[in-house]
Design a protein around this ligand. Structure first.
Ligand SMILES: C[S@@+](CC[C@H](N)C(=O)[O-])C[C@H]1O[C@@H](n2cnc3c(N)ncnc32)[C@H](O)[C@@H]1O
Length: 530
């Protein structure tokens, strides 16, 4: 019986983005049609329900917001004008009741459960669909009910929380937020799982099948889209692909960079972290960086980031700056700069001398860059330019010592930090991005002085966005040569041809790539529109 259930589930669990394009009316109907507390009338609701655990109510609402995207955000705005933006406010406006305020433990649980339920969505849906009476029942399930079931399964299967308590609590949430019948359904499905326990063991059977069946089974076991699994098996081999997916599903690790411009050294940062009892380690790769694996909420609450004393930055991104190697007095252009992580780190290395032009096409993200530059006290060396690089490069007569192109990319190297990205990325995006990357590389190259440096970087692990783009560029631009990165990073980051690659499986950092190219110093073709 279990085998049949599982086969159906594997075929039926792709509800990806199914509701995203639905109009507001549909979503309201889906969430609120049967909800006793949902205030369709717009009347103020002040029911307080202390029986529902606050973290589960907040998780359900956050997951709805993430899955339904813009339309759901609109619904909240419409319902919630002027009523504050705190989490319980969202719960009240969406579900029609409040519970007690969240404490620190609840907040941690919300972060864990929301991130986990998104990452493990395909796997959790496999379990849920396996236990529904029919595929139709799973496909027609109300979004809120589905989120409650995902929360329940994640808590039991991945967080090892006491099953009976989890069932009771989620049944209560479904009853209060939807209707009694929804609670019975949650009860039936979660309890059925205890009896059958037919999860990964049954999926593993499909690993014996042909390549397609194997990719689908691995996609369910590791909860990734099938196209990614197929691509990685081809590019990396099955063993490394599985390790990579395990990394993507692990709790994200963070690094923090001390802002030396504000006279806040790494030693000061370590002192603060010790005082806050946040476990930390010094980065073995970068002088200003410290690693933490837990305690980010504590760092945020302590206000260190708000004061501009430090910023969250992965070491893999910091190493790209090391490869560009900004020096005081240089002219630098950061071609895709926003929101400014690398711009700020480069600026801190200029020690007040030199200038960085920071270009981006996205005005909103540039605003964040501007505010951060002021906060970090590096705004004096940053010149912000709102432009499309492809238009700007042909019209700018100025040539720069160093040019950084941190190109828009698939982000396939940062899936452990961006829980929802795997579900939003499509295979077709890669072709679109490759074309854009080629155009931006051509444009960026026009801005490099003879003898100057061009660094091309991405936060992708995909060779088609990385070394293949650089090789395609070099085939057209004989005035550029590869400058191997081994003078700037340790050998284990250097790939063949002298490119930089941080590999999550090897380095336990985000995946990222960079190539350092130098323009020939006797190159005469440095005019715009060459
Ligand atoms: C990978 S992000 C850059 C991240 C940034 N370097 C940092 O470290 O914070 C890529 C950026 O490219 C920008 N972008 C995309 N197309 C562009 C174009 N045609 N011209 C300029 N910027 C562009 C996007 O708005 C986005 O901010």
């Amino acid at each position: 019986m279990a085998e049949t259930l599982v086969f159906r589930a594997i075929k039926s669990t792709e509800r990806d983005g199914a509701s995203k394009t639905k109009p507001l009316k549909y979503i309201r109907r889906r969430i609120g049609q049967h909800s006793e507390g949902f205030h369709e009338s717009g009347k103020k609701v002040s029911k307080v329900n202390l029986e529902v655990s606050p973290h589960r109510a907040v998780c359900a609402v956050r997951l709805m917001r993430i899955e339904l995207g813009g339309a759901f955000a609109d619904l909240l705005n419409e319902k919630g004008k002027g009523s504050g933006s705190n989490e319980m406010g969202y719960v009240e406006r969406t579900l029609g009741f409040r519970t007690r305020p969240l404490d620190d433990r609840d907040l941690r649980l919300v972060t864990d459960i929301v991130g986990g339920a998104i990452r493990w969505r395909r796997y959790l849906d496999h379990l849920i669909a396996s236990l529904c009476h029919s595929q139709k029942m799973f496909e027609g399930m109300e979004p809120l009910l589905l989120q409650i079931l995902r929360i329940g399964f994640y808590e039991i299967v991945k967080l090892d929380m006491p099953p009976y308590a989890v069932v009771d609590e989620n049944v209560r949430l479904a009853k209060v937020a939807l209707r009694p019948g929804a609670g019975n359904m949650v009860n039936g499905i979660l309890r059925k799982w205890f009896c059958l326990r037919c999860d990964s063991f049954c999926i593993a059977g499909f690993l014996e099948g042909d390549d397609r069946a194997k990719a689908r089974a691995l996609a369910t076991i590791y909860s990734h889209p099938v196209w990614m699994v197929r691509r990685w098996i081809k590019q990396l081999g099955q063993e490394v692909a599985e390790k990579f997916m395990t990394w993507n599903n692990s709790d994200p690790h963070f690094s923090i960079r001390a802002n030396i411009v504000k006279d806040f050294t790494r030693a000061d940062l370590v002192e603060q972290l010790t005082m806050l009892k946040v476990p930390h380690k010094l980065s073995p790769h970068l002088d200003d960086f410290v690693r933490i694996s837990t305690g980010m909420q504590i760092v945020i609450q302590a206000g260190l980031l708000k004061q501009g004393l430090c910023s969250v930055q992965d070491e893999s991104a910091g190493l790209v700056v090391s490869i560009l190697d900004p020096q005081p007095g240089e002219t630098i252009i950061d071609c895709c700069a926003a929101p400014g992580g690398k711009t700020l780190f480069m600026a801190s290395r200029l020690r007040g001398q030199g200038v960085i032009s920071a270009i981006d096409i996205n005005e909103g993200r540039l605003r964040i860059l501007k505010e951060s530059a002021i906060l970090h006290e590096v705004d004096g060396v940053i010149n912000i330019i709102h432009a499309d690089l492809r238009e700007f490069a042909g019209n700018d007569p100025v040539k720069y010592d160093k040019v950084l192109l941190d190109a828009p990319c698939s982000g396939l190297g940062v899936l452990s930090k961006r829980a929802d990205l795997r579900w939003n990325r499509k295979l077709e995006d890669i072709e679109v991005l490759k074309k854009l990357q080629d155009e931006l590389l051509d444009a960026a190259s026009m801005l490099v002085k003879p003898g100057g440096v061009l660094v091309y970087s991405t936060c992708s692990i995909d060779p088609e966005e990385n070394e293949e783009r650089v090789e395609a560029f070099l085939a057209k631009h004989s005035e550029f040569n590869i400058d191997p990165v081994d003078r700037y990073v340790t050998r284990d980051f250097v790939m063949k041809r002298g490119f930089y690659f941080s590999n999550p499986v090897v380095h336990s950092l985000d995946g990222s790539f960079a190539a350092r190219l130098v323009r020939s110093s006797n190159d005469k073709f440095s005019l715009p529109n060459q």
